[in-house]
Design a protein around this ligand. Structure first.
Ligand SMILES: [Ca+2]
Ligand SMILES: [Ca+2]
Ligand SMILES: [Ca+2]
Ligand SMILES: [Ca+2]
Length: 330
């Protein structure tokens, strides 16, 4: 049975994502845990189907932290469609909620949509632009540190501010897998030897073993994107953050402009369109960039992280050299 919320509201005013996430006891758990709240809402940036479908919401007013939250729909399969939430919300909708329960569940703050609390939703606006993912360093979302026995803990919770936000890291290599509670985490190591953990359990393109087919030990990525989630059950020896990829577009293999898993000559047009500037123009088969790779408008070469071989933020002659080396097996 889902937990049923209290009958009184935590606040007379609807709360923002920032107010729910940043108001913590210890830099992690929300002080509003187990309180019923009204919620000003956020833009739906992703949906995750499953036995308990989820919406991932972001508030673009807080791009640098405390700007994301997940909503779990406990009534998604209710016979009465007016009681359901998940199916009524599309990516790009700004959705506001009333009577949802804040719950800290295994380290992550959820808003629980549960019929006994008589929740309601309002689609405030549709077709909003999706807030761009935030670029973070691997160290910003550092992997847990192993301790005596089988315990794994993050040393601090400075990554908490990014919980449930879309992020990406660049220039990383898979060094280990089968880590974590569900034995589905993999370690991403940066050139400066920092590590973070990722997993593909929300990835729509993952295989039956739980990993996306692009993920193998020793695989290098120009960029990996996803939603940050915490998994914490300290009594069982777990407390870690993990970058959860959502689709193939979140796994940018260097040089693989068409995301088919290999860099070859068919990817050359994409390299060229990236290298000639931001006006890719959406030419056929060339430049329909994944939304998550869109950087700020002031960045000169949008959309093209998989072509940034030297991971310095632009696509220039050095990246052509990187592409050539890749094709020649160098
Ligand atoms: Ca947390
Ligand atoms: Ca939180
Ligand atoms: Ca390719
Ligand atoms: Ca470059």
């Amino acid at each position: 049975m889902p937990p049923v919320g209290p009958k009184t509201k935590a606040s007379a005013q609807p709360l923002t994502i920032f107010e729910i996430q940043s108001n913590t006891i210890d830099g992690d758990a929300s002080r509003l845990d187990y309180q019923l709240v009204d919620f000003t809402g956020g833009i739906c940036v992703a949906k995750f189907a499953g036995s308990r479908p989820r919406l991932i919401l972001q508030d673009p007013a807080f791009p640098d932290g405390w700007g994301g939250i997940q909503v779990k729909d406990w009534a998604a399969f209710d016979p009465d469609p007016t009681k359901r939430l998940y199916e009524h919300v599309s990516i790009g909708d700004w959705v506001a909620l009333t009577n949802v329960l804040v719950e800290e569940f295994r380290g992550t703050t959820f808003l629980q949509w549960q019929k006994p609390n008589s929740p309601s939703f309002t689609i405030v606006s549709r077709n909003n632009s999706i807030p761009p993912p935030k670029r973070v360093s691997v160290d910003d979302i550092a992997a847990p540190v192993g301790r005596a026995g089988d315990d794994w803990y993050v040393e601090d919770h400075s990554a908490e501010r990014y919980e449930s936000m879309r992020l990406y890291v660049t220039d990383v290599t898979v060094t280990e897998w089968d880590l974590g509670k569900a034995v589905d985490n993999y370690n991403l190591r940066s050139a400066d030897q920092a590590s973070c953990w990722a997993a593909d359990y929300m990835n729509a393109d993952a295989g039956v073993l739980g990993y996306h087919p692009f993920v193998t030990v020793a695989r290098h990525f120009c960029a990996v994107g996803g939603v940050l989630e915490q998994y914490a059950v300290p009594s069982d020896g777990w407390d870690y953050y993990q970058l959860i990829t959502l689709g193939t577009i979140d796994l940018a293999i260097c040089g693989d402009g068409d995301s088919d898993g290999a860099a070859d000559l068919l990817d050359l047009p994409r390299l060229h369109s990236c290298g000639t500037g931001p006006g890719c123009g959406g030419g056929p088969g060339v430049c329909d960039p994944p939304a998550w790779t869109r950087l700020g408008l002031d960045w000169p070469h949008q959309y093209c992280l998989m072509m940034d071989f030297d991971c310095d933020g632009d696509i220039d002659v050095k990246d052509y050299s990187g592409f050539q080396l890749t094709l020649s097996g160098g």
